[in-house]
Write a protein that binds this ligand. Structure first.
Ligand code: MIC
Ligand code: SF4
Length: 647
């Protein structure tokens, strides 16, 4: 039987299990990437493993999230990361070199290989035909140490793109359409594989915009074939030697096939506060706009920014709009400068930001009170921008540029009526390439002394799972709770390597009293338990959304359903992920209820049923768990590091 692309790449990488969708497999990881916000903890964990050198083909450590450097903490972390990279054989991408996903796509992503990254948008590299997966830092540390990465063997959905995008409609509108079809929940365990005659009209950065935001659907990853378009991109990056053709077999089979006609697409927008809230720009046109931010790992490529530059040529930023642009990489910046896009942008009144995550993670450019912010990034969760009541709309660069000019949400097709023609930007045959902001690993690693600033603490560990969990429902939350709700980023992100301090902000966006309550319950010798609705743990890969709750004594999460990366992170830190067998039990439980989960160790060891007793209400109900033997062993031991220590 014919094979799809996912199977063609994954099968030769399987080191445990076999290709059987729905069952756990362990795969060999060829490349890893980390970024500074998740990287410090990942390298602390890697150091704890006592491996002298990374065992991957390539590992890169990027500094792109915390580059704001208010206070010493960020800069200290950067120095730590630089010295660790030098010692252990990791390429270091300095602050200013760009956003990990954009830079990786340009310089390192290779068709046919596997990439594991401690960032949920790692699937961006799927744009060149590689299987690129986001995970918690500990999983990436294990991969750097040569261990397998475990995942559920995916079910593959084929998305056929037909025809050609009309002018003013671009890759972002394609993925917003996909989000409209699949929404942000219910896609755990799937991979999107793109195909159809339309893909040949999409450049690699277009494809990467689409695979990047597959993360918002919650799929394991997204992938395009590696074809002539991929070859041309790699040639332009002076690395055609990395190209191999990867196409699905004509008789490949899929779980489901979805067709999208590119010709019929129109400019779309994700309205507040979820990337899954889709409307056409037409439906919302005229909305006054206060801020426009163009950039992020979704839409900050050469083509995106040259398109914006040409639209804004001889135009001025509307007086009511604050317009910020952050190029995805230093390469993008140098190339738009070479091709005179940068001068057009500056002449229009652009506020140029560093090539970094910046506004996207809310550590700068917070909008004004209740302001409308139009952004080309991928997440518009409430408060993520840094302003709780800001209204963030996600659009294509074309739609964002139209708002820059008119000061209103505007269908970019209307710009033609204003005498602005659609700029058809060609991909360069050869990019201007300058790798001087990568620092190669030390030739004499034994001479490298690792720098540890005062903000860097030891990674905390958990204790083995007790026989019985005696706890309290410290918080009951609703549906689609994101990791930004569980542990906010923004200005708090500088505490990523200081878990005791960072833990003070657990659930702060939802309930600022959570921390105090959790501490009290912990001090009374009881466990903290989180109760949640559907799709708990959406969004980022940050393992601090498990690590910090663990530090505060959270021992179990009972939800209607959980997202993939967050579930893995909970297990890695010894927190039991449980789901309601009967969802109506969720309605019968309240914050503050005392719960007992008797003999939970035994149940996990023997595969028996887990029953929760609600001592406050005098009721009991059964919960489900879907854990492999390896995952059970990790939870019983108190987490993956503890399990590795035992072994
Ligand atoms: C995000 O976009 O939310 C982040 C910040 O890049 C996170 C990683 C982190 O929290 O450090 C992600 O996407 O995984
Ligand atoms: Fe950075 Fe935003 Fe991309 Fe996350 S989504 S990696 S914060 S640019």
């Amino acid at each position: 039987m014919g094979k799809n692309i996912v199977q063609k790449i994954l099968e030769p990488h399987i080191v445990e299990g076999k290709w059987e969708p729905g069952k756990e497999i362990g795969i060999k990881i060829d490349q890893t990437l980390t970024q500074d916000a998740t990287g410090t903890m990942a390298y602390l964990q890697f150091e704890a493993m006592g491996v002298p050198r990374v065992k991957t083909e390539l590992s890169v450590s990027y500094v792109d999230h915390n580059t704001i450097q208010i206070g010493f903490e960020n800069a200290d972390d950067h120095k730590y990361l630089q010295t660790v990279a030098a010692k252990y054989g990791i390429i270091f991408s300095r602050a200013g070199n760009g956003i990990c996903h954009q830079v990786h796509l340009e310089r390192f992503a290779k068709p046919g290989k596997t990439l594991l990254g401690s960032d949920s948008h790692t699937p961006t590299a799927g744009g060149v035909g590689m299987i690129a997966i986001g995970a918690g830092g500990l999983d990436v540390a294990v991969a750097m140490a040569g261990g397998p990465f475990y995942l559920t063997c995916p079910r593959v959905i084929r998305i056929n793109l037909h025809g050609k995008l009309p002018p003013w409609v671009s890759a972002k509108d394609v993925i917003l359409k996909v989000l409209e079809i699949f929404t942000t929940k219910g896609n755990v365990g799937y991979v999107f594989e793109y195909g159809g005659d339309g893909i040949k009209t999409l450049s690699v950065p277009d494809r990467a915009t689409i695979t990047n935001m597959g993360a918002e659907c919650g799929v394991t990853t997204s992938v395009f074939p590696s074809d002539e378009v991929t070859k041309a991109f790699l040639e332009a990056q002076d690395r055609v030697q990395d190209w191999v053709e990867i196409l699905p077999d004509p008789d490949a089979t899929y779980e489901r096939i979805v067709d999208i006609n590119l010709d019929e697409l129109v400019p779309l927008v994700a309205y507040p506060h979820s990337p899954g809230n889709i409307k056409t720009v037409r439906e919302l046109e005229g909305l006054p706009v206060d801020q426009v931010c163009i950039g992020s790992c979704t839409n900050s490529s050469y083509k995106d920014l040259m398109t914006v530059a040409r639209i804004l040529k001889n135009q001025k930023v509307h007086p009511n709009v604050s317009f910020v642009l952050a190029p995805g990489s230093r390469q993008v910046l140098l190339n738009i400068a070479r091709d005179s896009g940068l001068s057009d942008l500056l002449a229009a009144g652009t506020r140029l930001a560093e090539s970094a995550c910046g506004f996207c993670i809310g550590n700068s450019q917070a909008p004004a009170t209740a302001a409308v912010s139009v952004r080309t990034s991928n997440r518009n969760f409430e408060g993520r921008s840094g302003t709780k009541d800001a209204q963030v709309y996600l659009t294509s660069p074309e739609t964002a540029a139209a708002a820059v000019i008119t000061g209103r949400l505007t269908d970019p097709r209307d710009l033609e009526k204003m005498g602005i023609p659609y700029p058809h930007i060609e991909m360069p045959k050869r990019f201007y390439i300058d790798d001087s902001m990568f620092i190669m690993p030390a030739e004499r690693p034994e001479e490298v002394k690792i720098y540890r600033g005062p903000n860097i603490g030891e990674p905390p560990t958990n204790t083995p799972l007790p026989e019985t969990i005696e706890g309290v429902v410290t918080i009951k939350v609703g549906d689609k709770i994101t990791t930004d709700h569980i542990i906010p980023a923004g200005d708090k992100m500088k505490y990523r390597s200081n878990v005791p301090k960072y833990s003070e902000f657990v659930f702060a966006p939802l309930d600022p009293k959570f921390y105090e309550r959790a501490k009290q319950i912990q001090a009374s010798g009881k466990h903290n338990i989180i109760v949640a609705g559907v799709s708990y743990g959406q969004g980022s890969s940050r393992e601090h959304a498990a690590l910090c709750p663990m530090y505060l004594g959270v021992r179990a999460v009972i939800a209607k359903s959980l997202e993939r990366i967050h579930t893995d992170n909970l297990i890695n830190f010894g927190i039991v992920p449980l789901t309601f067998k009967d969802e109506s039990d969720y309605d019968r439980i309240e914050q503050g209820d005392e719960l007992e989960i008797p003999n939970i160790r035994k149940a996990l060891e023997t595969g028996g049923a887990i029953v929760v007793r609600n001592k406050t209400k005098g009721t009991e109900f059964e919960v489900a768990y879907n854990l492999s033997e390896r995952q059970k062993a990790a939870i019983l031991a108190g987490g993956t590091l503890a399990l590795m220590g035992k072994r």
